[in-house]
Design a protein around this ligand. Structure first.
Ligand SMILES: C[C@@](CO)(OP(=O)(O)O)[C@H](O)COP(=O)(O)OP(=O)(O)OC[C@H]1O[C@@H](n2ccc(N)nc2=O)[C@H](O)[C@@H]1O
Ligand SMILES: Nc1ncnc2c1ncn2[C@@H]1O[C@H](COP(=O)(O)OP(=O)(O)O)[C@@H](O)[C@H]1O
Length: 286
């Protein structure tokens, strides 16, 4: 039986400005997404009976609400495909950490099953399906580092430096809804152009609110700030700092307490998922 194994990389929000609030309550953002060469891994095998079975359990997430299963069923419904899949997940990314593990798993499922089921729906259609699963899914479907606006769905690809990052994952899961509901959240940062952003600057409007509510995040930021300027990604809890090479990032990592989970990974403008799919396409056409 054919098995397809694909990566589901993490992302960082290098900055995140909140520029307003829509009538439906969702917040308008400006954010810069870059991928990391570190993430989850998914394996897909064909099933002829149309069943979608995820064989890996995640704490606190039941089978049918897992974004992987929801993405697979959505793709099945929209394409009318009679095939199913057995899916296995190697979970490396902390959940609720602001590094997009769930959204990336969903995007890898959409692209992986589109390939395995021979659907050829195209990136446009898959990104649109992805948006209905979560605001961060489209950027993972597109696979290019991007400046995002709206709720994260209006994407403009950008070429960024690709430094090494030290990412610290404080042992707390931050609820995105809770942060966006906080009355103290800054919601009126002036919109900036991508050009002025790339010239330097940017911050994360969610950071002060998360720091106030979660001492674990505040402590991780002040610890990392002793070595490099540290920032939070998304609505937290992960925090990161950048380094010119892997060695320097590792050196700081070794000085962190053993109890604090962390990893070193490289920033990437093209996602590992897309590199992998391009390689597959080349092998098939060779
Ligand atoms: C803000 C980001 C940046 O990457 O945070 P992270 O999830 O990565 O930390 C994401 O866009 C998060 O998008 P997504 O992951 O789809 O958000 P959800 O968990 O569905 O959002 C939960 C709740 O937060 C609020 N919410 C979310 C996104 C947004 N732009 N405005 C909002 O007001 C809404 O009340 C929503 O019901
Ligand atoms: N495959 C999945 N991986 C991670 N989380 C998932 C998955 N499916 C559903 N979820 C739910 O989505 C929430 C947010 O997940 P995640 O993407 O890891 O965090 P964030 O959006 O903060 O980066 C989790 O807390 C979990 O309840």
């Amino acid at each position: 039986m054919q098995t397809l194994t694909l990566p589901a990389p993490a992302k960082l929000n290098l900055m995140l400005h909140i520029t307003g609030r829509r009538a439906d309550g969702y917040h308008e953002l400006q954010t810069l997404f870059q991928f990391l060469d570190h993430g989850d891994e998914l394996s897909f095998s064909l099933r002829a009976d149309g069943e979608i079975r995820l064989h890996t359990e995640l704490p606190g997430v039941d089978h049918d609400s897992n974004l992987i299963v929801r993405a697979a069923r959505l793709l099945q419904r929209e394409s009318g495909c009679p095939l199913g899949a057995d899916i296995r997940l190697l979970k490396r990314l902390p959940m609720g950490g602001g590094i997009g593990g769930g959204s990336s798993d969903a995007a890898t499922t959409l692209l992986g099953l589109d390939y395995l089921w021979n659907l050829h729906l195209g990136e446009e259609c898959l990104a649109e399906l992805g948006l209905s699963l979560g605001a961060d899914v489209p950027v993972f479907v597109r696979g290019r580092a991007a400046f995002a606006e709206g709720v994260g769905e209006r994407l403009q690809p950008v070429d960024l430096p690709e430094p090494w990052f030290l990412v610290i994952a404080p042992q707390v899961s931050v609820s995105t809804a809770e942060i966006f509901a906080d009355p103290e959240l800054t919601r009126n940062t002036s919109a900036i152009t991508v050009r002025s952003l790339l010239a330097g600057g940017g911050h994360n409007d969610c950071q002060p609110v998360v720091e106030k509510r979660y001492p674990e995040v505040r402590n991780a930021l002040s610890l990392l700030n002793k070595f490099v300027p540290a920032r939070m990604t998304g609505t937290g809890a992960c925090v990161f700092g950048s380094f010119p090479n892997e060695g320097e990032a590792d050196k700081v990592r070794r000085q962190l307490p053993d109890t604090l989970p962390s990893f070193v990974a490289r920033g990437r403008n093209v996602s590992m998922l897309h590199r992998c799919l391009e390689k597959l396409a080349q092998e098939v056409s060779a």
